[in-house]
Design a protein around this ligand. Structure first.
Ligand SMILES: NC(=O)c1ccc[n+]([C@@H]2O[C@H](COP(=O)([O-])OP(=O)(O)OC[C@H]3O[C@@H](n4cnc5c(N)ncnc54)[C@H](O)[C@@H]3O)[C@@H](O)[C@H]2O)c1
Length: 284
């Protein structure tokens, strides 16, 4: 009786989700994937590494991709389980997205949604953010392409291969800087996050009408733990947000719970830009 009751509480039973953006155990995507498993769901993970479509890589880029792939594979294996399917994905390469979905198709891994947790901005180096006036068109396109438009391309390829089940739920991770200039302005990345959120809303309309698919985004507190966070934020930024927020900064677990809530089947919620930030967004 007790066990039946517990099972009935699991929100994601028999549902499978594609998880992008796992680099290491501090990745927000990893924490979310764990929560999905705890809620009875299944995950397949796609992480950044060297794909057969990479050409003329500099030794620096090669080393970065190799190191990311190693920690990605190791993290999924040790933190999520040896049986979790893993794939490579470079969201900047159309052919790499296509390879991912064709592998999923071969293995008959249809999904009930996915987590977009991908961001990259080469105009932030050693925590120094380039002023927008100094950002080149190429840098702008790169950042928006990988951090925002990749959401559209992943959906498109999954749909081409009929891998996104009717009624699926898609969630991406954003930040308050999409809307407001914060004490740590991201400039180029802020524009990319704004694009990601607008894409979320447009896709919510398109996909909701045609496929009953929901698309939402969650803005999260500044978080130093991950590679992306530690590359861009200072301790002082995180402490400042913590002090300003009525409830203090939200934790990765808080975020994961909200994402799982949005991923659950049959929830009639779409086009939302949620905040999991301890109330930081209400402060003027
Ligand atoms: N850390 C924060 O303070 C914070 C706050 C709000 C939102 N977010 C967002 O959460 C998401 C996850 O970030 P995180 O903090 O967990 O850091 P993270 O470094 O663990 O995750 C970023 C991921 O993007 C992946 N990525 C970058 N370029 C890629 C590409 N070309 N193809 C495929 N994957 C690529 C990286 O491999 C990495 O796994 C990002 O969208 C980030 O903007 C982070």
């Amino acid at each position: 009786m007790g066990i039946c009751y517990l099972q009935s509480l699991k929100m994601l039973q028999n549902k499978r989700f594609l998880i992008t953006g796992v680099s290491d155990e501090k990745s927000l995507a990893l924490v979310t994937a764990k929560e999905i498993l705890e809620q009875g769901g299944q995950v397949v993970c796609a992480g950044l590494g060297i794909t057969r479509h990479h050409e003329n890589l500099s030794s620096r880029a090669k080393a970065y991709l190799e190191s990311n792939e190693t920690t990605f594979r190791e993290t999924v294996k040790t933190q999520l389980g040896e049986d979790i399917p893993v794939f490579l994905l470079d969201a900047t390469l159309e052919n790499s997205i296509e390879d991912l979905v064709s592998e999923l198709k071969k293995k008959q891994l249809e999904v009930d949604g996915f987590l977009h947790a991908i961001a990259m901005d080469r105009t932030i180096r050693n925590k120094i953010v380039k002023p927008l006036l100094d950002v080149s068109l190429e840098e702008f396109n790169d950042t928006v392409g990988v951090s925002a438009f990749s959401l559209v391309r992943i959906v498109k390829h999954l749909m081409n291969y009929e891998l996104l089940n009717y009624g699926s739920s898609i969630c991406s991770l954003s930040y308050i800087a999409a809307e407001k200039v914060t004490f740590h302005p991201y400039r180029n990345m802020s524009v990319a996050k704004a694009a990601l959120e607008r894409i979320t809303i447009e896709l919510a309309d398109e996909l909701g009408r045609t496929h009953g698919i929901r698309v939402n985004a969650v803005r999260f507190s500044p978080y130093l733990g991950s590679k992306a966070g530690s590359a861009t934020l200072d301790v002082i930024d995180v402490e400042r947000a913590d002090k300003s927020s009525p409830l203090g900064n939200a934790t990765p677990k808080d975020l994961a719970k909200e994402v799982v809530h949005l991923l659950q089947p049959k929830l009639r919620v779409t086009g939302e830009i949620r905040h999991v930030d301890g109330g930081y967004h209400i402060i003027g």
